[in-house]
Every structure is written in C-alpha cells, then in structure tokens.
Write a protein that binds this ligand. Structure first.
Ligand code: HAM
Length: 486
C-alpha cells in the first residue's frame, strides 16, 4: 500500500501482478496507465458523518422500526413518505432562518435549469421532516377532510453537524405528526398527552428502560412577542460579552440565544427571563391539562423551563426524552412539540399540530448499550446465525440440497446453503460459524430419506427423517432472540 499521491486522506493500492509484470517487462513508463488501466486505485470510504449499517446491527434496526409501526398502528397512525429533498424555502420559512439547522447545517444546492421551460431552484436535503409533512398536508388538502391527520414516517435526515457518537450527518428519524383543523380537536392538550403516552409505551415496548421525559410550554403566538421583547431588553447589557452568534441573535431572533452551547455564555443565559413567567391564561391551562393527562396515565416527567428546542415553529408544548446509556453527550433520544402556526407560515390553512422525531441511531445505540450489559452481544463483531446449514456431501447432491433448503425456507426456517465442493471438514467449519445446526445430505441420506443433523449448541448428532426435518429444526430459539446470536 502506497501513500496517497495527493497527500490527502485517500489510500492508494497498487494492483499486484500488473505492476510487477510491467516492471519486469520494461514497460513501466508513461504508457503504463493506458496499458494497465487502473494500476492505482484509491480506496473510497463512506463520507464523513455517514456510515454503513451491517448485519447483525440491521436486525436491531428492523426490530426497532417494526415495533414503531406496530405501536403507532395501535394509535391509528398511517404512514406518510415525503421526498428526501425539498425546496430550500420550505425549511427557511418553516424551521426559521436563524436556527442552527437552517443557518449552518443544511445541504443545499442550486439545481440549474436544464431546459428553457425550467427555472433554476435552490434545493435542500431534508434536515427534519415536520416541514415536509405539513407541506404535504397543505398540498393534498388533507385539512378538507375535517379529520385529524395522524401520520408517521421513518427515514433519513441530513444535517452538516460535527460528527461524533450519536451525531451523524445522515441520520434516521422515526417521527409522527398529529395535525388538523381546530374543529378536529388538533389543539386539545389531550392530543399532547396521548402522543407522550404513546412514546412512553413505545420506549417500554422496544426495550429502553431508564428514559427521562422533560416537558415545557414555550407559549402561544400571542405570548411569544412579549417574551421575545423581554429577552431582547435583557440581552442589551450582556450581549456584547457573548459569542458572535448570540450578539447577532440578540437582535434578529433572541429566542435562539437560548440554544447557545458556548460555555462562557451560559451564566448570562441562565440569568435571562423565563418563558414560564410570560404564559397567558390559555397557555397555562393547556399546559396544566397536559400534565394532568400524563399524571393520570402514570407517565413520569419533569418540567424544564429552559426547554425551548432549536426550531422556530414550536408553540406551547415542547418535550424531550433523554437517556444516558450509550449516548455520551448526545443524550436526546427524541424531541418534539406543538406547532400551531406552522401551516399558516407555509401558506396553508389554520392547522394546529403536535409531533415528535425519535433519533433512531441514538435509540439503537441505547439498546446496544443495554443489550451488551445483558450479555446479548449485539455488537458489530457478532454474527446473526441461521437456523441451519444445508450441506450437500459431494457435488452431485447440490440440486437435492437446493430443493431441501427451499422446502425448509418455505416452512419459515432461516437456511444457509453449503457447497457440494466443500470437504466435510470445511462444511462443518463454515456451518459452525454461520448456523446453529448442520444438515448433511450425502448419498446415504438420499437413499434412506433420513438425514444427519448436528446441533452445534449441544454437540448432539441425530438422524431425522426428511418429512420431520422442518419441525425438528424449528425446535430452536426464535430468530433474533439473544440465544440466536453468536
Ligand atoms: P430535533 O430535536 O431536531 O427535532 O430532532 C429529533 C431527534 O433526532 C433528536 O432528539 C435526536 O435524537 C435526533 N437527531 C437530531 N440530529 C441528529 C444527528 N445529527 N445525528 C443523530 N441523531 C440526530 C426534529 O427534528 C423535529 N422535526 C421533531 C418534531 C416533529 N417536532 C414536531 N414534530
């Protein structure tokens, strides 16, 4: 392996043999690239902040997503799939120009006109999906049904943040939105309590224990101007000593000063007025009703008056579920809140709503930390094992093994098909790595209709008539259970 000629991070590999041959033949001159084609290949890697998910980790992802679909269906949610890129204006208007997400983290590009009939357009990979769902709600006139729309989504989001554990540039969210005209009950605090109660049920069902829920009210659109005016005034004497973003936001969008993470600014931020002191009676009653709903369901929570969240569309309820296991500093498992004015901000009808997004990457990290603690070993080094390795003994038995594997798969078993060219020893070695049992199919087995089965877990070898094979093999731990994992 040679050093990258561009001095960058790429690694370069000489194609062995080709270079050796040419060096020996005296052809190693300027014609080399033409003769050899790719004599030097850079090894391409996943882009910083993105990653591949491989088995067995993907099994856990599938389990998480299947649990979400199952739980959300019980609450009568339906799935929505929106595009992964949208008009940049959607996010600028919906999330807010001054938020970190819009001002610093979006992947935006100019999509040039390709025909005279087309216009150039600024497009952005979605950094979140609430704005996209509300756009779709407006575009498809979903409010005209007069019914509450309960929509969930699962998919990738993109933010150009500094990558670290639990923070990626492509990450996956499992989210849901409840939105509709006021007449559908969309403004009711019962909806807020129901969404939070559903999340508590989901986390319990997926196996996350020890989560914490923090809630707050950031006030209605009429409380907000009074609070923002108070913030702006309180910032006048202190802004000069704060970071450059805070100095700008003190003027343009004082609420976003509360998102600042710069350690030196925290004392000043702590001393700023609190939104709780600016809630009008309607917001206070709404918040009290949410808390009563949680109390009656026995969902534990704390009220965090600093929880304003980093997106401009929130009104009234905001919330976050956190968990410490496996997440390091990125301990927010999921977040959400109410956005009663978002539809109107996007040019749509009045349509209050509430929703959340679970960071699926963080949820999986949390589960992995818990499972590792319990010894289940769902780390990247472990292998999800097949129920059985079907080993043809000799090439001639290949087709029969293929057919028997097909029958077992039809019976619901997870089967790895071996190779008739393998020696018996090699079949056993491979089978032991990838499956929990091996079935030998040789000439004898073909003649007698009785196959040899070895269970690697117990070491027991037995003879099983072909017609009983599926039921015998099924006498194992179900797929995906801890004992099904190496
Ligand atoms: P958010 O708080 O920006 O809210 O993101 C929700 C969750 O996505 C976070 O709590 C975190 O778990 C995960 N997340 C965010 N950024 C990253 C990242 N760079 N890497 C890994 N995970 C990340 C929203 O996105 C709102 N749309 C939620 C919502 C729905 N509010 C109302 N409806």
């Amino acid at each position: 392996m040679a050093v990258s000629p561009d001095g960058g991070g790429g690694e370069w590999v000489a194609v062995r043999g080709c270079v050796g041959f040419l060096a020996g033949s005296g052809l190693l001159n300027w014609r080399l690239p033409a003769l050899c084609g790719l004599y030097l290949m850079s090894i391409l890697k996943a882009v910083r902040g993105t990653r591949d998910l491989l088995p067995p980790e993907t099994e856990l992802w599938n389990r998480v997503e299947a649990t979400a679909r199952r739980v959300f269906a019980r609450y009568n949610f339906g799935e929505i799939r929106t595009p992964v890129f949208e008009d940049t204006q959607l996010f600028a208007r919906g999330i807010g120009e001054e938020t970190d997400v819009v001002s610093k983290e979006m992947y935006t590009w100019e999509d040039r006109a390709r025909a005279a009939s087309e216009k150039a357009q600024s497009l952005t990979l979605r950094p979140e999906n609430t704005a996209g769902v509300v756009r779709a709600y407006i575009e498809h006139g979903l409010g005209e049904t007069g019914l509450l729309q309960k929509l969930y989504y699962i998919g990738p989001q993109f933010r150009r943040e500094r990558p670290q554990k639990g923070r990626y540039r492509q990450f996956s969210q499992i989210g849901a939105e409840v939105i509709g005209p006021v007449s559908s009950g969309s403004e009711s605090p019962l909806r807020d309590a129901e969404v939070l109660e559903m999340l508590a049920s989901f986390l319990d069902e997926v196996g996350v224990t020890g989560w914490r829920l923090a809630i707050n009210s950031v006030g209605s659109s009429s409380d907000r101007p009074r609070y923002v005016a108070a913030l702006r005034e309180a910032l006048i004497p202190v802004a000069a000593g704060m970071c450059v973003d805070c100095r700008r936001r003190a003027e343009t969008n004082p609420l976003r000063v509360l998102d600042c993470k710069v350690p030196g600014d925290q004392a000043a931020i702590e001393a700023l007025p609190r939104i709780a002191d600016f809630l009008d009676e309607g917001s206070q009653v709404h918040f009290a009703a949410l808390r009563a709903g949680l109390d009656v369901c026995g969902v534990p929570y704390t009220v965090d008056p600093r929880l304003v969240r980093g997106l401009d569309y929130y009104t009234r309820t905001t919330f976050e579920f956190t968990h410490d296991a496996g997440l390091g500093t990125q301990n927010a498992l999921l977040g959400g809140g109410r956005y009663d004015g978002l539809s109107e901000m996007l040019g749509g009808p009045r349509a209050p709503g509430i929703g959340f997004a679970i960071g699926a990457d963080r949820l999986v990290l949390t589960l992995q930390a818990g499972l590792a603690g319990a010894g289940a070993g769902l780390d990247s080094g472990s292998v999800l094992k097949a129920d059985v390795f079907m080993a043809p003994v000799g090439e001639a038995q290949g087709p029969a093994a293929l057919k028997l594997a097909r029958e077992l798969r039809a019976a619901g078993l997870r089967v790895e098909l071996g190779d008739g060219n393998f020696r018996l020893k090699k079949s056993f070695e491979v089978a032991d790595k990838v499956a929990r049992k091996i079935v030998l199919l040789g000439e004898d087995e073909m003649a007698t209709g009785v196959v040899t089965v070895k269970d690697f877990g117990t070491g027991v070898q037995s003879k099983v008539p072909r017609q009983n094979l599926a039921s015998e093999l099924r006498k194992v731990a179900p797929l995906g259970s801890p004992s099904a994992l190496a």
